[in-house]
Ligand binder design. Sequence first.
Ligand SMILES: *[C@@H]1O[C@H](CO)[C@@H](O)[C@H](O)[C@H]1NC(C)=O
Ligand SMILES: *[C@@H]1O[C@H](CO)[C@@H](O)[C@H](O)[C@H]1NC(C)=O
Ligand SMILES: *[C@@H]1O[C@H](CO)[C@@H](O)[C@H](O)[C@H]1NC(C)=O
Ligand SMILES: *[C@@H]1O[C@H](CO)[C@@H](O)[C@H](O)[C@H]1NC(C)=O
Ligand SMILES: *[C@@H]1O[C@H](CO)[C@@H](O)[C@H](O)[C@H]1NC(C)=O
Ligand SMILES: *[C@@H]1O[C@H](CO)[C@@H](O)[C@H](O)[C@H]1NC(C)=O
Ligand SMILES: *[C@@H]1O[C@H](CO)[C@@H](O)[C@H](O)[C@H]1NC(C)=O
Ligand SMILES: *[C@@H]1O[C@H](CO)[C@@H](O)[C@H](O)[C@H]1NC(C)=O
Ligand SMILES: *[C@@H]1O[C@H](CO)[C@@H](O)[C@H](O)[C@H]1NC(C)=O
Ligand SMILES: *[C@@H]1O[C@H](CO)[C@@H](O)[C@H](O)[C@H]1NC(C)=O
Ligand SMILES: *[C@@H]1O[C@H](CO)[C@@H](O)[C@H](O)[C@H]1NC(C)=O
Ligand SMILES: *[C@@H]1O[C@H](CO)[C@@H](O)[C@H](O)[C@H]1NC(C)=O
Length: 376
Amino acid sequence: MKNSLSSLRMFAADLLVFSSILSGAWCQSGLKVSYPKTLNSTSGSCLLIPCLFNISKERENILESSPVVTWRRASLWILYDTVNFTNAHRQKEPVVKVLGDLRKKNCTSVLRNLSSQHSDRYFFRIQTTTFNTTETTAVNINVSDSLAEPDVTVPVLREGEEVNLTCTAPAPCPSQPPNVNWAPALGGDVTQRTQMNADGTQSVSAILKFIPSFHHHELKVNCVSIHPLHRDDRPLLSHKTVILSVEYPPKKTWISVSGSVWLGNNVTLTCQSNANPPAIHRWFLKRAGVEEELNVSHVFSFTAAQNNTGQYICEAHNRYGAMNSTNQQITVPGISFTGFLSILAVVLLLIFALLIIYRRYKEPVRSNGNSPIPHH
Ligand SMILES: *[C@@H]1O[C@H](CO)[C@@H](O)[C@H](O)[C@H]1NC(C)=O
Ligand SMILES: *[C@@H]1O[C@H](CO)[C@@H](O)[C@H](O)[C@H]1NC(C)=O
Ligand SMILES: *[C@@H]1O[C@H](CO)[C@@H](O)[C@H](O)[C@H]1NC(C)=O
Ligand SMILES: *[C@@H]1O[C@H](CO)[C@@H](O)[C@H](O)[C@H]1NC(C)=O
Ligand SMILES: *[C@@H]1O[C@H](CO)[C@@H](O)[C@H](O)[C@H]1NC(C)=O
Ligand SMILES: *[C@@H]1O[C@H](CO)[C@@H](O)[C@H](O)[C@H]1NC(C)=O
Ligand SMILES: *[C@@H]1O[C@H](CO)[C@@H](O)[C@H](O)[C@H]1NC(C)=O
Ligand SMILES: *[C@@H]1O[C@H](CO)[C@@H](O)[C@H](O)[C@H]1NC(C)=O
Ligand SMILES: *[C@@H]1O[C@H](CO)[C@@H](O)[C@H](O)[C@H]1NC(C)=O
Ligand SMILES: *[C@@H]1O[C@H](CO)[C@@H](O)[C@H](O)[C@H]1NC(C)=O
Ligand SMILES: *[C@@H]1O[C@H](CO)[C@@H](O)[C@H](O)[C@H]1NC(C)=O
Ligand SMILES: *[C@@H]1O[C@H](CO)[C@@H](O)[C@H](O)[C@H]1NC(C)=O
């Protein structure tokens, strides 16, 4: 519904423009206006329309005869009744002020007191007592009730290397620029800068200069943009959250052993490390003063034999550095777990047998000691 209405409006506006082209001398005006195709602003704020124009040499004299610039709104209703629309709805039209110096061909204007109902196509119009003309291409003005998210650029973050995080919000109303900031500031400095874009519009950036550390990895940082509004005491707020990814060398490397170490058992050593990007792991084994490299993999598994006894070291490395785990001593006993259990069983049996023999031997002694009836 909204779409079809807006395309109907577009069509109506095209008709309007077409009819204005047809109606005589206007197309011969030699007027050429340049302004952005689209401009966005927010309800309750204002909007600066950057605007420059050229006019043919023959017409240049009109600039001396105090011309008046009006911005003609191309809604469906204007097509039906321009005059009455303008009169009846004056309060509902945005307040327009031309800021540019027309003699310098600068038609930069500001629309104040904007509301979302003002979203429309607007045409530049210049009037003098001798000459009236309307530009045939429109500036599409989009006034919304909410703010778009600020635009954030985050370069690759490497531990210890100073970087700038930039957050940019448009400043459609330069007299009331947004306040753009970063939170938390990560121990860095935030500088604000207003810049002019290629199309003449302005934006405000907050640049956070800081030195990333691995403590900042996966931290959430917000860019907050606060837009003051003249309609309301309450400013509009928008924000964008970024999750930082800091690249750093391995900070911690450790080995975990799964399973108990017995002859013939399968033992898996797993190497873990804290690194970004994730580290590649290499295994070393120190045995009887000899060191050998075992494998390049996350885990190292073996079926325990006595020659697996030794000190295992895992080295984690990524493109920023390497770090070794502490030595993990693995001692493979000369016996399997079942062997151990059998021996244990035999030992227990032996102890049990000894206990019985002991009791048998001790029993009479004990009954001897107990049987005498105490004498009074
Ligand atoms: C206006 O807003 C729309 C939607 O947020 C966006 O796609 C467009 O690039 C904006 N135009 C300008 C000129 O900022
Ligand atoms: C006006 O004309 C000059 C010279 O031809 C050109 O450099 C300039 O870009 C034109 N400006 C506009 C707004 O068309
Ligand atoms: C404009 O409105 C007035 C009164 O409100 C009415 O008399 C006049 O006919 C209207 N003109 C057109 C062109 O509709
Ligand atoms: C046009 O006028 C505006 C408002 O006075 C000014 O900010 C801008 O710099 C001018 N542009 C040029 C190209 O002179
Ligand atoms: C702004 O618009 C409101 C209605 O939307 C109107 O009552 C008010 O007078 C306008 N303010 C100015 C300064 O034009
Ligand atoms: C241009 O428009 C103004 C205001 O609408 C009007 O007073 C003037 O007579 C018009 N001039 C020409 C040449 O049409
Ligand atoms: C107008 O702006 C709003 C909010 O920024 C956006 O959602 C919408 O797509 C824009 N419309 C156009 C036609 O750019
Ligand atoms: C960060 O921005 C500042 C200016 O705000 C600049 O001096 C510095 O060189 C920039 N640093 C990097 C790493 O881009
Ligand atoms: C140990 O692993 C090997 C090969 O993966 C397998 O054949 C064997 O049965 C495993 N032994 C035990 C005791 O789990
Ligand atoms: C050695 O690493 C490869 C993959 O890198 C893996 O498939 C293999 O199981 C590893 N060998 C041992 C003994 O863990
Ligand atoms: C231990 O000895 C066996 C065979 O004797 C051999 O296959 C295996 O690679 C040796 N393990 C190590 C860690 O040297
Ligand atoms: C880790 O230990 C191995 C074996 O001792 C050694 O070759 C390697 O250089 C060590 N790496 C680091 C980063 O200390």
